[in-house]
Write a protein that binds this ligand. Sequence first.
Ligand code: PLP
Length: 673
Amino acid sequence: MPTAKPWTIDDSERLYNLEGWGLKYFGINDRGHATMQLARAPEGAIDVMDVVDDVAARGIKMPVLIRFQDILRRRVALLNETFAAAIEEHGYRGRFYGVYPIKVNQLREVVEEIADAGRPFQYGLEAGSKGELLAVLAMNPSDALTIVNGYKDESMMRLAALGLKLGRRLVVVVEKLSELDLLLKATKAEGVKPLIGVRVKLQTQGSGKWRSSTGHFAKFGLTTPEILGLVERLKAEGLEDCLKLIHFHIGSQVCDIRTLKDAVKEGARYYAKLRKLGLGLEYLDCGGGLGVDYDGTHTAAESSMNYSLREYVSDVVYSVQEVCKAEKVPEPNLVTESGRSVVAHHALLVVNVFGSIEAGASPVELGVKADEHQVVGELRESLKGLTPKNLAESFHDGQQHLEEAFSLFKLGYLGLEDKAKVEHLYWRLCLEIGKLLPKAKFVSEDLLEMQKALNDQYLCNFSLFQSLPDSWAIGQLFPIMPLHRLNEEPARRASLVDITCDSDGKITNFACHRAAGGTLPVHALDGRPYYLGFFLMGAYQATMGDIHNLFGRVNEVHVFQDAEESKGYYIEETIQGQAIRDVLSDIQYSDYELVKMIKETADAQVKAGALKPREAAELVDRYEAVLGEYTYVDHLPSPDENHPRRRASDLAAVTAPPPAPEPAKGETVPQAS
Ligand SMILES: *Cc1c(COP(=O)(O)O)cnc(C)c1O
């Protein structure tokens, strides 16, 4: 069938809404491959499939997380430069001292890169726990701010005092009045003056998923009476000049700019009023919340945001300035703790699709037979008589036959072969109805539901629980797009399922193409490796993921752009994902003990004469070898998968075998036996 217009990469760009979420960091090249670039300059773009091939050639297995360190650096610079520009533009008389909250991505290499890229801007780090503080104290450049949030015990306060003694500009943000005593005690003992911050409980309601992080019932922060209590206490100690910072945080992924503006205005009032009470305030810390447009719709939907980075920054600067002008107080230095917006874009998870579950596929021929049960013939009649006018009626007939067959089977009146025919014919009926639906005048709810079930499920080599915990836990959307074949029309629609045994391990909600009933447009599998990219994975996913079903941390490569290199990049570092023995050891299995137990069992078999000693040794070796393997599916296309999986509806159409595909670079295709 000739198509009107050949599919182009522009069509793919539109379909997957690259403009919407890619912030111009991602594109598609003439080969139909996804690319990464910092500016819209195609000549400097990295072909993501080059990286994927490179990774395979190094023997690194899928799934692999690619970190584009240049994006990370760019995000840090962009945040700082945008603040500097807005400060200049508004004639604002404070400076920007941003901090990166490491809880958003604590990986040392990520934090190191951020600290390094932030050095020219005196960009600092934030810690919310003792562990994070230990990391931050060591890693933070000394002229930048160190901010300590979260609940703190005596030992954490002593650690903070230690940081002050080391010369860090370390502000401890008091989240509970009782923390003040601990802080004062620790700093006195160390002989240093504290830099104190206070978190205020704003009344402004957040927006988006974390709106409950604010308001009177929030988990964090001091109420106004408590703040006055803190002031009294500081005055009594003669330490009013030690209160340096006002902090608020209205939750992550704030999707509506009005909420952010309201919060900044409220926070700025606290700053101004306290400043007038004679406290030595120098900083206003607006917390995190700066969003990421995961679904690319630029709306106030939960996975989106209705503003840009520039708008946010400009609103912060302008709103604080307005309040300070009205209150006649000096403009404070501005601090933000944006995490998500800095790290989300740099990480891309590459996942190989290794198969599909297709509705109605039958690997055996199920032709008409004389002695088949009547119900089979009836279903066949429904299928034959199908027209665009009787879709609902035929569907209901089909359902009835299916149920009838089920009852017959339970009572023992239907054989396996007839049961197979009924199931197969029913699916064919549904598939044919699905094809005719666009021609129908009226489509009922149940037919629409049925149509959803007709879509393919693509089996993807990853664990949702390890790599996309927020997709499972809070239904967050991530942009997903094939990394190649983007110059071909993605003719199929599929939901994605992972390799855990958990039926929650699936994705049926996609940022692009929302109307399509929980499916992603994908290409038909042709036996060659097929790769999907899960984009914007850099924030919160890494340490929130778990080892459900014992799928562990994935392999990582860190990529840098480099015009000198033949492919325009180099891989700076690879970090091995967890081996099976590593995840087992997380849950208290020692590989040594496991091997010992297997060896004892094998020895017993030798004693009993069931195994020869050499066989026993070989079994133990094999067991041990698997302990060292990667936790994910190690899959190469096998000969009988080198053709498209047959669909029931295609059965009649398959006459000649399809051409043999060429093996992909870096992969060996096993010999046909
Ligand atoms: C989590 C957190 C942040 C980071 O928020 P983002 O929305 O990721 O920018 C900042 N500050 C505090 C206190 C936090 O708890």
